[in-house]
Design a protein around this ligand. Structure first.
Ligand code: FES
Length: 79
């Protein structure tokens, strides 16, 4: 068990508890985080679940997988 802070584009913070082994998408859905639609249920077919992970937090989450990178290439927000 741990906690994670989701920050919306408008700066609103949501600090939620999570269990190890769940995806960020599932944690966001379980806690009703606005803006995480996750239309395909996490099978890398829609790109509506993506989040922006800052700096050293990538060391905790790990980088995006090849499937995730291909899906993110289709999103206009990605730089
Ligand atoms: S929920 Fe569809 S790509 Fe993540």
């Amino acid at each position: 068990m741990g906690s994670i802070t989701f920050i919306e584009h408008n700066g609103t913070e949501h600090i939620v508890d999570f269990e190890a082994g769940k995806s960020l998408m599932q944690i966001a859905l379980d806690n009703g985080i606005p803006g995480i639609d996750a239309d395909c249920g996490g099978v890398c077919a829609c790109g509506t679940c993506h989040v922006i992970i800052e700096g050293s937090a990538v060391n905790i989450t790990g980088g995006a997988t090849e499937d995730e990178l291909q899906m993110l290439d289709l999103t206009p927000e990605r730089s």
